[in-house]
Write a protein that binds this ligand. Structure first.
Ligand code: UDP
Length: 434
């Protein structure tokens, strides 16, 4: 009988699809895989069930009895207590050999270990950002950050304070969010494997540094299928994608002519920022495809009318959009999935980071990989200038060339013989011998 593997993602868009994609890949390697999703998430999501190889199971995170708006602290406390109890019960009824869990839920190991399961956390942020949280936990870096000129940490490029993860938006007196993210390193010494959604050639020095400390295995980019196991991936979208409309519209545009704009599933721009963005896109005089989630729609300027220049949708299938020949650049908040998807499709980036890891991802986009620019503010003139800088002119050509190089490296990593696929194969062999 195939070894049974449970996969427990953190219940948020940016964590679920990488976990599902990884699960699909494992299922294509003769493992029996169950992904455990919260009932709250499944109730509000659209599931595109293309893969029958992965089973989806639901457990409650207690949302149904949560009252009113919760603080970050209350939310994390609830999911820790309710999910861990329900996970324990689930494992008791569904014996498995291994639990792969989102690294931000280290308590999952306390549930799985006593039940005899092997344990493997899955990091869904970059290696660089994960390393920064390690240093924050171990005192190599202090929070609040000191206003010094530059921050030097092992294996990382020289960073300014503005390049470090921006946590103030969510910070409370107890530093809940900081403790939550530093908590990823609480029990790593007991992990059997540690997976990270990146690839060696993208973050080589940092990955090498991590491999010297822990049993790290790079397995990304998860969203790219490989030829041999051409996996039909199940995806779960918390908003319904309007993909047909996007594809039809993109099909009608010239190659490398469209600016794609999205700020992911959580980030919320202020009304003035949205207005500047709208005017900046019009001023760029290029076609644009802009994802404005339904909750953000009323922030668009009243007289905003892109006519034939632009298409505004509440959600799309982003990897499919980035893979389209018509897309010239990506105006992005630089969440890690969006960043990896831009890298994996060779699309240059105009980075407009908002918070958390996005500031650090943006620094890498501009200074380390040279595949984009970071906006300093969010004024219409700057938006139009940045788009022009990335799409037109010599610098733009160079950015696209580098982005295409990374696309090739990303593809190589997940093709037969590539670093990520090798890591996954070694892991499966090790698992089957345990
Ligand atoms: N995404 C999507 N359709 C959209 C916008 C985003 O499918 O219209 C997906 C995107 O492909 C990515 C995820 O949502 O995989 C967002 O994750 P990311 O880490 O970039 O940002 P977060 O939402 O966590 O801030």
């Amino acid at each position: 009988m195939a070894a049974h593997v449970l996969v427990l993602p953190f219940p948020a868009q940016g964590h679920i699809n990488p976990a599902l994609a990884f699960a699909t890949r494992l299922a294509s390697m003769s493992l029996s895989v169950t992904v455990i999703i919260t009932t709250d998430l499944i109730n509000k999501a659209t599931v595109s069930s293309q893969s029958s190889s992965v089973s989806i199971a639901c457990i409650s995170d207690g949302k149904e009895s949560a009252e009113g708006e919760e603080s970050v602290e209350a939310y994390l406390k609830r999911i820790t207590s309710v999910l861990s109890a329900n996970l324990a019960e689930f494992i008791d009824h569904n014996p498995a050999k291994l639990l792969i869990y989102d690294s931000t839920m280290p308590w999952a190991m306390d549930v799985a270990l006593p039940r005899g399961l092997l344990c493997a956390p899955f990091f869904t942020m970059s290696a660089a950002v994960s390393a920064i949280f390690y240093h924050l936990k171990n005192g190599g870096l202090k929070y609040p950050y000191e206003e010094c000129g530059e921050v030097r940490l092992p294996s990382l490029p020289c960073l300014g304070v503005k390049d470090l993860p921006y946590l103030s938006t969510f910070m409370d007196d107890k530093q809940t969010i900081l403790n939550h993210l530093c908590g990823q390193f609480l029990n790593l010494d007991k992990a059997d494997w540690i997976f990270i959604n990146t690839f060696d050639m993208l973050e080589k020095e940092i990955v090498d540094w991590m491999v010297g400390k822990w049993p790290i295995k790079t397995i990304g980019p998860t969203f790219l299928p490989n030829n041999k196991h051409n996996n039909n991936q199940t995806t779960i979208n918390i908003f319904e994608p309007k993909q047909d409309a996007c594809t039809q519209w993109l099909d009608s545009k010239e190659t490398a002519s469209v600016v794609y704009v999205s700020f992911g599933s959580i980030a919320s721009l202020g009304k003035p920022q949205m207005e500047e963005l709208a005017h900046g896109l019009i001023a760029s005089n290029r076609h644009f495809l802009w994802v404005v989630r339904a909750s953000e729609g009323d922030k668009l300027p009243r007289d905003f009318n892109p006519r034939e220049k632009g298409l505004v949708v509440p959600w799309c299938n982003q990897p499919a959009v980035l893979a389209h020949r018509a897309v010239a650049c990506f105006v992005s908040h630089c969440g890690w999935n969006s960043t990896l998807e831009a890298v994996g499709h060779g699309v240059p980036v105009v980075a407009v980071p908002q918070w958390m890891d996005q500031t650090t991802d943006a620094k890498f986009v501009e200074d380390v990989w040279g595949i984009g620019v970071v906006m300093k503010g969010c004024e219409r003139e700057e938006i139009a200038e940045c788009i022009e800088g990335v799409v037109g002119g010599e610098r733009g050509v160079e950015m696209r060339r580098k982005a295409c190089e990374f696309r090739k490296l990303a593809k190589d990593a997940v093709e037969c013989g590539g670093t990520s696929i090798n890591n996954i194969q070694h892991f499966v062999e090790e698992l089957l011998c345990r």
